[in-house]
Design a protein. Structure first.
Length: 421
DNA sequence: CTTCGGAATG
DNA sequence: ACATTCCGAA
């Protein structure tokens, strides 16, 4: 009983959480969250849908604009205008926590989040830890009651995500990798600007690096952000074991370790393209132009509200991660960093690996704008996904082999390994 | 154009 | 710590 409950709660929870970073959409989500408490899923969704309608407009706009803009800068004007609008009504991903929540009714939202968080977190006992890390820490050993040290990393990047009102603290303290993950879960960006090329392996491609960079810049309020700059940040991730580069393919990177519970949007089982064909990444998705020259972007409005949150520790199945925590918490599984001047032995940053990001299913998510939300199925799926996610730990640096390995692992794991559960 | 790191800076 | 900027070099 409690188990079920928790899951449900979680889901809701992240719905609200997600809001925070919602690039463009957020408010709607918040509302739902509130409702959640009182109502069961279906209702929740319905509500969300309603909420969505409002913002829907913006989203639409955004989408359109971005789509056209993505290809070239010529559309700058349009883009700018769009952005402006966006900003006006929805501060993209930035500070939704405070403002939005407040406006909407933080009272409600906050409580909900808080509660959930507490429940989940409480178990884990992670006080200042980022959601993702939370699990890991616990598993690892975490020196449980050692919050004595808390002072150590009080301000950590995503420390208070949970307890605080939302996830990322007020400003938008989302790391780039987090942002990317979110994007990958965002219907608006996912297939179009960024997409999984092999979800199991954590490999993704920045189709339209420019657009992604722009979004990132928007998020950080750095108008001048560009792929080159963002790329540098990305490169730093290699050393930190957060990302790896998939060589051969151009804008393709791989999460060294990816969250156990990411829910992938779009595609159902995905077309894992291993690395056989080097460059055929698109297929599977029927209609995305991606980088197609023609500017006719059909972008409809999928809008994407991505929700993400941390998963609760499944009650019945506690994730006993098998993660080798050799170096304490190194996410990257002790990957060797070539230079590694300093020995590792510390990985403060929340690595994606441990994080549990749960996303919402696709479908309609809350932002269905026009259509009414229906989500029973989705809910189920989400749950299932959450439970059945696999370990995909370590993604090493190198592609093909790794990929295959991952696949194998996955399969094997599903067969009997267990790890995750 | 993309990719890679070093270096300085916030 | 985590980027952002700038930069010379593949």
């Amino acid at each position: 009983m409690s188990a079920m409950l928790q899951q449900t709660e979680l889901i809701f929870e992240f719905a609200s959480d997600r809001v925070n970073n919602g690039l463009q959409l957020d408010e709607h989500l918040a509302s739902p969250a509130v409702i959640v408490e009182q109502i069961p899923h279906s209702h929740l969704l319905s509500y969300s849908g309603l909420a969505c309608e409002q913002t829907h407009t913006d989203n639409h706009l955004l989408t359109t604009v971005e789509g056209s803009e993505s290809g070239d800068e010529e559309t700058m004007e349009t883009l700018v205008a769009a952005e402006t609008l966006l900003n006006m009504d929805s501060p993209d991903s930035l500070s939704l926590d405070q403002q939005h929540y407040t406006q909407l009714g933080d009272v409600i939202t906050l409580p909900v989040t808080h509660q959930l968080t507490v429940s989940v977190e409480g178990i884990v006992g992670a006080l200042g830890q980022p959601q993702w890390v939370t699990l890991q820490r616990e598993t690892v050993a975490e020196q449980p009651k050692k919050r004595v040290k808390k002072s150590k990393r009080p301000e950590s990047p995503t420390p208070d995500i949970i307890f605080k009102r939302g996830k990322y603290s007020k400003g938008n303290t989302m790391y780039l990798w987090q942002f990317l993950i979110e994007l990958l879960q965002d219907r608006q960006a996912c297939p179009r600007y960024i997409k999984w090329t092999n979800r199991h392996a954590g490999i993704f491609k920045l189709v339209n690096s420019k657009a992604v960079a722009r979004l990132w810049g928007k998020h950080k309020n750095k108008p001048d952000m560009n792929y080159e700059t963002m790329g540098r940040a990305l490169r730093y991730y290699y050393q930190r074991g957060i990302l790896n580069k998939v060589e051969g393919q151009r804008l393709v990177y791989q999460f060294a370790s990816l969250p156990k519970d990411i829910v992938f949007i779009s595609d159902d089982e995905d077309q894992e393209d291993q690395a056989n064909h080097e460059d055929n990444d698109e297929e599977g998705v029927p209609d995305d132009p991606e980088e197609s020259p023609p500017s006719s972007d059909q972008s409809l409005d999928d809008l994407g509200s991505y929700e993400h949150s941390f998963p609760p520790p499944p009650p019945s199945s506690r994730p006993g991660y098998q993660r080798s925590r050799q170096t304490s918490s190194s996410p990257a599984t002790a990957q060797r960093r070539q230079p590694s001047p300093k020995s590792n032995s510390r990985s403060p940053a929340p690595s994606p690996a441990q994080c549990k990001t749960v996303i919402r299913p696709p479908g309609g998510s809350l932002i269905q704008q026009q259509h009414l939300p229906i989500v029973s199925a989705e809910m189920l799926r989400t749950l299932q996904n959450v439970q059945s996610l696999q370990p995909g730990h370590h993604g090493s640096v190198f592609r093909t082999a790794q990929l295959l390995g991952s696949l194998c692992e996955r399969q094997a794991a599903s067969g009997g390994q267990t790890t995750s559960q």
